[in-house]
Ligand binder design. Sequence first.
Ligand code: 13P
Ligand code: ZN
Length: 273
Amino acid sequence: MAVLESEVLKGFVRLCDDGWQQGWHERNGGNLTYRMTDAEVEECKPDFKYDKPWVNMGVKAENLAGEYFMATGTGKYFRNMSLDPEANICIVEINAEGDSYRIVWGLKNGGGPTSEFPSHYLNHSVKAAQTNGASRVIYHAHPVNIIALTFVLPLNHETFSKILWQSMTECPIVYPNGVGVVEWMIPGGAEIALRTSELMKRFDIVVWAHHGMFVTGNDFDLAFGLMHTVEKSAEIYIRMLSTGLPMLQTIPEDKLAECAAAYGCKLDESLLK
Ligand code: 13P
Ligand code: ZN
């Protein structure tokens, strides 16, 4: 019962419930991974079994060798995570080469980690290196409004970042590095994983056109809060457009950096073109 009673599992499941309640997780849509601390691994280890085969991921990250990840299962529904975590969530161990995983806990009725595990894994690799190990959460969801915007806005980082920053006053403070955008691609697998992780070197938020969003954070609150904030700014922009009225005013472009600076954040002004 070590895993089921752990705080880390409770935090993981709570994020899943919160995302479900926001309407971001139709059917099996979306996925969540968490890179466990050494203390959490030790706490959960009494429940681990090392009898499953190694599975090659098609991607490699040496800086994640030997790490343990908690992950939603592929095909599993966020609305079911809290009802039966052991059937819907797994913990995987990464091998010494950093290119394969094996399930050590969970998915008691069979299955594997999310089909987006390669994207999560490479994003973790980038963020762990960039934050000196502080970043632990990668979260993928299908929020309605950000997806809707990918049909009507040009698919570039500058347009998305500027419009979303201007849609709600605290956005330049919450995500001063802006939003990366990936054109439509086939989900799952190595290609979209490589493309996304390249952008994660610059951004904490990556939008997948006509699909959804990836965010990263040091903990569950920060990752969920980031998804929530970006999606809310997208919703405000869509609601403003849907009035059919002309936009009379917005947050001045030349004040966005000043607004971020007032709270100790540095806006990536190269996105304001
Ligand atoms: P999984 O069920 O494999 O996690 O896939 C859901 C999804 O959102 C794919 O992008
Ligand atoms: Zn998806």
